[in-house]
Ligand binder design. Structure first.
Ligand code: ADP
Ligand code: MG
Length: 566
């Protein structure tokens, strides 16, 4: 059976298409949101999800989060003694979701549809596919997150829809898509976005505001530990600001408790620059689809960061109306991924539904030309597939040699909207041998094929020699050759994981350790006693007693946390 996965910067979800409808699958803790967090224990045991996120506060050096932001780069994260590529950390999350799905469905999972930000480039998409390979979970299709949300929205009622806009602001990325539903065809008209803008950036801005007020003596603390505490404080404070006019920015470090109050208007002034960046992609998507804001029937909000009142206000101002609340901001993308599984499996319940998506950016090659004075200018971008072309797409362009007796021609592949390649993203390069002839006499045909997963293939043909070549985008940045991939896959598979039935105990202990760090004095003693007691009950191996102790322990922690905010 296949599953649909929303592999998020902050949270990941898994869903399946069952009995004619998409359903969310709970993890071993019974929750549908699994934090995209990975932590390694001292003995090499792996923690994924909630327990890993809680361990971040107590073991920042051994814990990784927000690694999706580094997908497609050479960035490596050291956990304990081992280094991990972003796609390896993603693979560990995928593996965990796959296990949850197998436990829930009672059958083997053989493949997945995984969502990616529409604005993810080719490198980031290929890294995501590699994550699947590393996890032993074949990714049959990548689909764009806002497209998945639109599928979930479109399936919830089957009526035709005037163009609507999906506004997806998550932890690390921002995507906008304009979608229309007509006669069962869900058509993406345009997408735009910013893959470096999300809730995390609002946390950074909040730290910039609050930290100077705390009078932290930096030299007294471990830099990484301090950073983790500041980020956690920002996240909590920002969520309070969603529900109230002020939030407490507080952290415990060493034996000190530091706190300051942040008012809504201060926060809003501080993030004005980030909020302003939401505008441009919206305007571009409208322009590209030739739709005016007042022609949109709905603005559908997706992604946890759209809960922020400052973001909602900006949206209301931008569109002159209130956004739609019909889809669940956390769940829509995963549900849509499951609908895509249903479409690929030709489920009869989706008989009349079809979907067409587009390529959100322009793809092309570097080309040179002579200016009017006869000076040869290099570094110019020659588009082959223009942005917002429906996919799959295949286009061919012809290029000529520019020098007499030229022996080689370099096909440099770029993505972006700038006239100069230096401002675009380089995806790869292919060097072809050409027969030495006068300038302009050797022709190279370059074909770009962009598939349904948003992955690019480049094929070249030189009629003069009959030679063909194919460019698998050279992964000089962060890529892995096949042999390396197999080795790493085996290494990941060898990591020790907790048995599923222990997941709740493991998560509870991680939470208690976190609470210990976060409190002082008598509460610490109390916590320490409870941790020791619970560990002893676990040792007893009596399932009934463990269940009972877990309930009590969990309730005690809830109470402690509730008291904190009194
Ligand atoms: P991703 O798809 O990137 O994993 P999500 O859609 O899960 O992201 O959204 C995560 C982001 O939403 C985080 O930055 C988080 O701080 C933010 N978020 C979630 N709930 C709230 C809330 N109540 N108030 C403010 N921000 C929130
Ligand atoms: Mg998301």
């Amino acid at each position: 059976m296949r599953i649909g996965i929303d592999l998020g910067t902050t949270n990941s979800l898994v869903a399946a298409f069952k009995d004619g409808a998409p359903v969310l699958i709970p993890n071993a803790l019974g929750e549908v949101l699994t934090p995209s967090a990975v932590s390694l224990g001292e003995d090499g045991t792996l923690f994924v999800g909630r327990a890993a996120l809680d361990r971040q506060l107590t073991h920042p050096q051994a814990t990784a989060t927000t690694f999706k932001r580094h997908m497609g780069t050479a960035h490596r994260r050291k956990l304990g003694k081992r280094e991990f590529a972003p796609e390896e950390l993603s693979a560990l999350v995928l593996q965990s979701l796959k296990r949850d799905a197998e436990a829930f469905l009672g059958t083997e999972v053989t493949g997945a549809v995984v969502t990616v930000p529409a604005y993810f480039n080719d490198r980031q998409r290929k890294a995501t596919r590699r994550a699947g390979e590393l996890a032993g979970l074949p990714i049959d299709r990548l689909i764009n997150e806002p497209t998945a949300a639109a599928l979930a929205f479109g399936i919830s009622d089957r009526d035709d829809h005037e163009p609507f806009l999906v506004f997806d602001l998550g932890g690390g990325t921002f995507d906008v898509s304009i979608v229309e539903i007509f006669d069962g065809i869900i058509e993406v008209r345009a997408s735009a976005g910013d893959n470096r803008l999300g809730g995390e950036d609002f946390n950074e801005a909040l730290i910039g505001l609050a930290e100077p007020r705390l009078g932290i003596e930096r030299q007294r603390h471990d830099a990484e530990l301090l950073r983790t505490r500041l980020l956690a404080a920002a996240e909590t404070c920002r969520r309070q600001l969603t529900d109230a006019d002020s939030g407490e920015f507080a952290l415990t470090i060493g034996e000190e408790r530091l706190a300051t109050t942040v008012a809504t208007d201060e926060f809003e002034a501080q993030v004005a620059g980030l909020v302003a960046r939401l505008r441009e992609p919206v305007l571009r998507a409208l322009r590209d689809s030739r739709i005016r804001a007042d022609e949109l029937s709905d603005v559908v909000l997706v992604g946890g960061a759209t809960r922020m009142p400052v973001v909602r206000k900006a949206i209301t101002r931008l569109f002159g109306r209130f956004p739609n609340h019909r889809v669940h901001p956390d769940e829509a993308v995963a549900l849509g991924a499951a609908v895509q599984v249903g479409l690929m499996d030709r489920d009869i319940h989706l008989d009349e539904v079809r979907m067409t998506d587009i390529c959100p950016f322009t793809l092309g090659v570097e080309a040179g030309s002579y200016d009017p004075r006869g000076v040869f200018i290099t570094g110019q971008f020659s588009p082959i597939i223009e942005r917002n072309t429906p996919i799959p797409a295949s286009r061919e362009q012809t290029y000529l040699t520019v020098q007499d007796k030229q022996r080689e021609i370099a096909i440099e592949v770029y993505q972006g909207e700038s006239r100069l390649v230096s401002d675009n993203v380089k995806l790869g390069c292919l060097t072809l041998k050409v027969p030495p002839r006068p300038a302009g006499e050797v022709v190279v045909n370059v074909r770009f094929s962009y598939d349904l997963s948003g992955l690019l293939e480049v094929d070249t043909f030189i009629p003069a020699t009959g030679e063909r070549a194919n460019l698998t985008i050279a992964d000089d940045e962060g890529g892995m050759p096949q042999a390396e991939l197999e080795k790493r896959k085996a290494a990941l598979a060898a990591l020790k994981i907790h048995p599923r039935e222990d997941a709740m105990n493991v998560a509870l202990l991680a939470r208690a350790e976190r609470a210990y760090e976060d409190h002082l004095g008598p509460q610490r003693e109390h916590l320490s006693g409870m941790i020791n007691h619970f560990r002893a009950v676990i040792e007893s191996q009596d399932p009934r007693a463990i269940d009972e102790a877990r309930k009590q322990f969990s309730a005690a922690l809830d109470q402690l946390e509730a008291e904190r905010f009194l």
